[in-house]
Design a binder for this molecule. Sequence first.
Ligand SMILES: NC(=O)C1=CN([C@@H]2O[C@H](COP(=O)(O)OP(=O)(O)OC[C@H]3O[C@@H](n4cnc5c(N)ncnc54)[C@H](OP(=O)(O)O)[C@@H]3O)[C@@H](O)[C@H]2O)C=CC1
Ligand SMILES: CC(=O)[C@@H](O)[C@H](O)COP(=O)(O)O
Ligand SMILES: [Mn+2]
Length: 393
Amino acid sequence: MRRVAVLGATGSIGASALDVIARHPDRLQASVLAAGRNVDALLELCARHAPAHAVIADEARFDALKSGLAAAGLSTQPHAGMAAIDALVAGDTCDTVVAAIVGAAGLDSTLAAARAGRRIALANKESLVLAGSLVMAAARESGAAIVPVDSEHNAIFQCLPPQDGRAARDIRGLRRLVLTASGGPFRGRTRESLRDVTPAQAVAHPRWSMGPKISVDSATLMNKGLEVIEAHHLFGVAPGAIDVVVHPQSLVHSLVEFVDGSTLAQLGLPDMRTALAVGLGWPERLESGVAGLDLVRQGGRLDFEAPDLDAFPCLRLAFDALRAGGTAPAVLNAANEVAVDAFLSGRIGFLDIPALVEDALAALPAAEAGLDALREADGRARAHVTFAIGRRA
Ligand SMILES: NC(=O)C1=CN([C@@H]2O[C@H](COP(=O)(O)OP(=O)(O)OC[C@H]3O[C@@H](n4cnc5c(N)ncnc54)[C@H](OP(=O)(O)O)[C@@H]3O)[C@@H](O)[C@H]2O)C=CC1
Ligand SMILES: CC(=O)[C@@H](O)[C@H](O)COP(=O)(O)O
Ligand SMILES: [Mn+2]
């Protein structure tokens, strides 16, 4: 029996992970559920999955969690605070961790899981963007297997022969990785036409149902930029050997090209339960609830086009940050998180997102990247963008 800690249980990935887990009561058990602030949703999940532990990151909500569990007659142990999540992940409560907290807030628990040698089904791409070298080094040292569940990286993981259950690195004969991008809700639009788009329009992803932050990232193409950096760390591939192609149907989840001219791809319906079944079951294949792919019924065509870096400069900014190295990806990520939050709450416009990220990267030059320096760069980028937004108001 694999005991699984689902971090970000109340979110979109959390729901997909718990759906797959519930299909395999003989093999998988949700032993820890962790959420940020949504106590009611967490209590509902506890009633359905009966985990041994439940954590709410917002400490002010501990009493609500505790009394809710007691009122429901559940024996689940309540905890509060981010440190409690890290301690549970590192302790004897689980052997597998679904890392699905959104944003840089997921870094500490991902690192805790990597240091503790857990099998990690990794959705929280921001932890790799912020501190990829450190997370990967910690996993190598402890023996933790990282199985990427971000759909593109999961596709590449399936196309490459995994090494000891880990994402393959230093792959002989590899020419390049090709990440597919849906193009988001604004594919085909000019930069100028994006000036007044609303948060509701930006989160209306054409193919995937996801949380608000990653949906906006898909709309700006920052999601693909973050994924390029994620792929660099997971698979040890240089930025010049990672390409992005827009594929609006989101059926080809990514491709791997070899020096002999072969290209391997993984295809499937756009449903994250497939990637999570791979992450939770590997090397076994688990039934996920996702139907097979009928290419004729899906419209009978697969389209591909180049990304428009003029309308969507975030992808270029991410490549620039990866090439600059050091603290630059941490600055990119933190600036983007603050800008996306401001966009979602109506304080800035859509085109301000790339402008603010570019400004932060220019203002905070890349420095050497130890964990303390990365945290400091993250904090300085947040302060810089928050100040810049305040000045505009
Ligand atoms: N959704 C998808 O299909 C995909 C997502 N990903 C990645 O997976 C991650 C999660 O995305 P998604 O599920 O869409 O996001 P959601 O917004 O749907 O969910 C986010 C989850 O994180 C929790 N959370 C937020 N802050 C904290 C915190 N400080 N401590 C603990 N938990 C916290 C939220 O809890 P609460 O709501 O209770 O506050 C919620 O459970 C992101 O990194 C994203 O990039 C990658 C590929 C695909
Ligand atoms: C499901 C998943 O992995 C998302 O990261 C998805 O890729 C977002 O779609 P975009 O290709 O539009 O960024
Ligand atoms: Mn993805």
